[in-house]
Every structure is written in structure tokens, then in C-alpha cells.
Design a protein around this ligand. Structure first.
Ligand code: ZN
Length: 398
């Protein structure tokens, strides 16, 4: 179909060898016993010991130099508008900056910052279809942007959701950022969206900027979206007892964002852990926002939750990778055969007091990024944004 993903050009075989630590992204086994990954034509085909896997005829070979390889990070909550420009803080190149923070996939929670954003139904649908097409075609730096997330309005009917789905729209923007702010209407439309395979999220907490509104636990639970968008507020969080009610009252995704209340994020993390439900926790930045854009926002969330939330760093990385991939039905985010070859290669930052990269993150430091890879193609080398990594990988052959 015309709106399918663009195809990568030519056969390719990537070999990453000499991996010191391999983070899987999957909570059930966060560290893999392997030092080599092979990817062909953008998909992982082998994971194991160098001597055991077929590395012949590689078109690109990366010597990881003993550093750490993890799945590329996923930002579950962004607000893109057009290309690599955001009018929210009038910045250009913010998505490319996120790539330098290890983010290889982004999910739109609505293109709500579009100047003159339409609120009539035909306009809402047109904008969503345009955004889906435009961001799937244009990938700044190679970053995969799942956009085209319409924000529901009261005048919408079931056929609108059917039409959106048929046109390739797979997401709803945050319920509550449009005219629909009540539980019953939200629940009805979220149900229609789900019926046609469109995933939903909701704005949780107080108004984010003048003009938006409060969404409390009753509306959140009644709406029953697939993801509880920024359960730690964006920025204004609900009281702790309401956050606990939401965690206990549904089995949906619990999204923690950088542009939210950090104390509430830690409260949600503890609650989910007590419930044995850490697999529901996923991470986003909710940028661009009033606080700007945060190219290192996902890494900062990993470090925050690991250090102050006392979460092993290898598990914290799963919240930014495998958990989100599973909840969002993405073919990336976990290092396993068949998934996309999207990686971030990192090492402990220079002069961190940590004993190794995981210990440094648990101490609250950020790792240094040495390389990003999307669909088996090297996209960036030493990050311009993270603290410098102690060791960096290198391309040793084409
Ligand atoms: Zn929001």
C-alpha cells in the first residue's frame, strides 16, 4: 500500500562483535550471554559468541570494544508537528538531538502543537492522515516516528474511526486535549478506536498549559485507554491515592514522563513494583513542552528510576525498550532474532565513580553513547549530547 514503510536499499549484513555487556530489553532476562550480534537487511539474524555465529560477508563490522549494546530507546510520548521542527519552543533539529540521546523510535501522543490546529472532524482526520504519512516518509537521522494521532472531538462518530484506521492511522492522541473530557464519551470513542485497531492514550492529571483541562482518576479509569499517558502528570500530577487507584483499577500501560512530576513517577514505580506489575511501566519525555525538549530525557528517566527508585539499571533500560515495544506492538525494542536491528551502544561516562556502566546508572549518572544503529545502519557515532563514553565502538570494515 502506498503508505507502507519505505524499503531499505540493497542487501546488508551488519556484525557487532566484542560486546562487553548485552542488554536484551526484556525484563524476564535483561542480560544476554553473548558478545556478537548479526543483522541482515535490517533485522537481527543471530545473537551469540563470535566463534558460534556466521559473520562471513559482512557489509559493516563494528568492534564494540567491550562496551554495552542495548536496544535503541523508545520515547512513548512526544508531540511532533512537521519534519524536525517544533513550534512549541521554535526549535529545529530536536529529533536528531534525541537520536544522540539513544532514541531510535518515537510515538506521537498527538500533533497538538500544530499552529492553527483544526478542531472540526474532517480537519482532525486530515491532519492525522497527513502526519502519519509525512513522518513515516521523513525520518530525521533515521528515527522512526509513529505519528498521526488524532485528538478526539465530541462530534466524531464510529465511521470516523473506521475511516482513520483504513487510511493507516494506528494511534489516538491524548484523550482530553480536545473537546472530549468526560468519561462516558471518551470510553465510547476509545472503544471504537480499539475495534478498528487504533491504540489510545489519555492526558492524566492537571492542565499542562492554559487551555487544557484536568483529567482525574474517574475519567482515566472510565475511558480505559490502552496507555495511561503520563500518570505522573504533565507536569501537575494527581494525588498519590488517585495514582494508586489507577494502578490497581486497571491493567493498562503506566507511562512515566520526563516532563512530569518526578516524585509521582517514583511513587508509581514503587506501586507497580509492589503489585508485581513492572512490565506495565513505560517511559516517555512528553516533549516538546514548556520545559523545552530533552534529548537525554529517556536516559535521564532510566537513571532517575534506577538511582532514586532503587531499580537495577538493566531493568530500568527495559522500561525504555522492551516494555514499550510490547505494549505498543513494535518490532523493535528487544534484542532477539527477527526484530529490527535498532541499537544504542554505550559505556560508562568518563570519570563516573561507578564500577561499571550499570553501577554508574544506579549512582544517578548518565551513560555515554558511542553509536546508534537503526535498521542495521550506523546512524551516529560518539554522541554530541551525552557525557563522553569511556570507550567507544568503531567501524572496522565495510
Ligand atoms: Zn498530556
Amino acid at each position: 500500500m502506498a503508505h507502507d514503510a519505505p524499503q531499505a536499499a540493497g542487501p546488508s549484513k551488519l556484525v557487532i562483535r566484542n560486546i562487553g555487556l548485552l542488554l536484551s530489553g526484556a525484563m524476564e532476562k535483561p542480560i544476554l550471554d553473548a558478545d556478537t550480534i548479526v543483522a541482515e537487511n535490517g533485522k537481527i539474524t543471530a545473537i551469540g559468541r563470535f566463534k558460534d555465529v556466521n559473520t562471513d560477508d559482512a557489509t559493516t563490522t563494528v568492534n564494540a570494544n567491550g562496551t554495552t549494546v542495548a536496544p535503541g530507546l523508545i520515547d512513548s510520548h512526544v508531540h511532533p508537528v512537521a519534519g524536525d521542527w517544533t513550534p512549541r519552543q521554535n526549535q529545529v533539529g530536536w529529533i536528531d538531538s534525541y537520536l544522540h540521546g539513544g532514541v531510535t523510535t518515537m510515538i506521537s501522543a498527538g500533533e497538538v502543537h500544530m499552529p492553527g490546529r483544526p478542531r472540526d472532524v474532517v480537519g482532525v482526520k486530515a491532519m492525522a492522515i497527513f502526519a502519519q504519512r509525512s513522518f513515516w516518509t521523513l525520518r530525521p537521522g533515521g528515527v522512526k516516528i509513529h505519528a498521526g494521532a488524532p485528538v478526539i472531538e465530541n462530534e466524531m462518530v464510529e465511521d470516523d474511526f473506521k475511516e482513520l484506521a483504513a487510511a493507516g492511522v494506528k494511534l489516538l492522541g491524548e484523550v482530553g486535549l480536545g473537546g472530549v473530557k468526560d468519561g462516558p464519551t471518551a470510553r465510547k470513542m476509545v472503544g471504537w478506536a480499539r475495534k478498528y485497531g487504533i491504540q489510545s492514550t489519555i492526558h492524566t492529571g492537571g492542565p499542562s498549559i492554559p487551555g487544557s483541562g484536568l483529567i482525574d482518576k474517574d475519567v482515566v479509569l472510565e475511558a480505559d485507554t490502552d496507555v495511561i499517558g503520563h500518570i505522573n502528570g504533565g507536569h501537575t500530577a494527581l494525588p498519590d491515592d488517585q495514582i494508586r487507584c489507577i494502578c490497581e483499577g486497571c491493567k493498562r500501560g503506566l507511562e512515566l514522563v520526563h516532563n512530569g512530576n518526578e516524585r509521582s513517577a517514583l511513587f508509581t514505580l514503587r506501586t507497580a513494583r509492589e503489585m508485581g506489575d513492572l512490565s506495565r511501566v513505560i517511559l516517555g519525555t512528553d516533549a516538546p513542552a514548556g520545559s523545552g525538549v530533552q534529548p537525554l530525557g529517556i536516559l535521564r528517566m532510566v537513571s532517575l528510576l534506577s538511582s532514586l527508585g532503587e531499580l537495577p539499571a538493566e531493568i530500568a533500560f527495559c522500561l525504555a525498550t522492551g516494555n514499550t515495544a510490547r505494549m505498543r506492538a513494535l518490532d523493535c525494542g528487544i534484542i532477539e532474532v527477527g526484530r529490527c536491528a535498532d541499537f544504542v551502544i554505550m559505556d560508562m561516562a568518563q570519570h563516573s565513580p561507578g564500577k561499571n556502566i550499570l553501577h554508574s546508572v544506579q549512582l544517578g549518572d548518565l551513560p555515554g553513547i558511542g553509536m546508534t544503529i537503526i535498521d542495521g545502519i550506523v546512524r551516529t557515532q560518539r554522541s554530541r549530547n551525552t557525557p563522553p563514553a569511556t570507550r567507544v565502538p568503531e567501524i572496522v570494515g565495510h
